[in-house]
Write a protein that binds this ligand. Structure first.
Ligand code: PML
Ligand code: MG
Ligand code: MG
Ligand code: MG
Length: 258
């Protein structure tokens, strides 16, 4: 897209890194920045990690690197919010939405059984919808969706026109879901936060859009979830390379109102 050179700026923060390899994940963040904005981007990521509800980090890494590829523009997924009263109702709705997206019921059951096992993994799990097996082989790291951003001015215009909250959390999660669902091998994403004070999660799918569900876990629970249900990934390194390396800007245009 732009002539201007962009940089991927990434942050990862953890705690108890002395006690446990990799430590407890506290926070992560992604920004695409121009050179003149790098200082501001680094500061925003620093602030995010230093004031986190998962705790005070004792390890943080912030790095930037230039991007030598053109940046693709993608429209944000359509957003809907589904109010539920209980976690049980939220889970039932999430399962129904995954099924509607094309994930077979037995695979959803299998994934749900394994969610507690995955909860300390800081990235996403790739789950094959035929075998019901985790295919990313990335042990405790999972896959980190990176090189993704949504310029604030455009995001705020989108929130105003679509009656959505001006929340950086929603911005980041919708940007990730939009990128993930832009790949034809992604059938759906299931996600909720690992932050103890945030219980809204979502199911995303290209056709269904970004379906927020207001309760997918109890307050105080630090077990998060991010699973990508995939189909037909013949070349796993290429799929993972798309998630980690393909630069994408989310861009909403007035005509995109649903
Ligand atoms: C996260 O905080 O890591 C994920 C948040 C998912 C839900 C965001 C929303 O409210 O739409
Ligand atoms: Mg996070
Ligand atoms: Mg990035
Ligand atoms: Mg978190």
């Amino acid at each position: 897209m732009q002539e201007e050179e962009y940089y991927s700026v990434r942050m990862r923060a953890a705690k108890n890194t002395v006690l446990k390899k990799g430590g407890k994940h506290i926070s992560g963040g992604e920004v695409l920045s121009t050179y003149s904005n790098i200082k501001q981007s680094v500061n925003a990521l620093l602030e995010k990690a230093l004031t986190h509800s998962r705790g005070k980090p004792d390890f943080m890494q912030i790095q930037f690197e230039s991007i030598n590829e053109s940046i693709k523009l993608v429209k944000p997924l359509r957003v809907e919010t589904n109010e539920v009263e209980t976690v049980e109702n939220g889970k039932t709705l999430a399962r129904a939405m995954l099924e509607k997206s094309g994930v077979p019921k037995r695979i959803i059951d299998k994934a749900y059984k394994q969610i507690p096992e995955y909860s300390s993994i800081r990235g996403a799990i790739l789950f094959d919808i035929h075998s019901g097996e985790r295919i990313d082989n990335n042990s405790e790291k999972g896959v980190r969706v990176s090189r993704i951003d949504w310029l604030n001015a455009n995001f705020e215009k989108w929130t105003d026109e679509n009656n959505q909250p001006k929340s950086s959390r929603v911005k980041e999660a919708l940007a990730i879901a939009t990128k993930v669902c832009d790949h034809p091998s992604t059938i759906a994403e299931l996600c909720w936060s690992d932050d103890p004070d945030y219980v809204t999660g979502y199911v995303a799918n290209k056709k269904l859009g970004y379906q927020r569900i207001t309760r997918l876990k109890e307050y105080g629970d630090e077990q998060g979830c991010r699973i990508f249900f995939v189909d037909g990934v013949r070349d796993l390194p290429t799929y993972i390379n798309f998630l980690e390396k393909k630069p994408i800007f989310i861009k909403w245009e007035e005509d995109d109102i649903d």
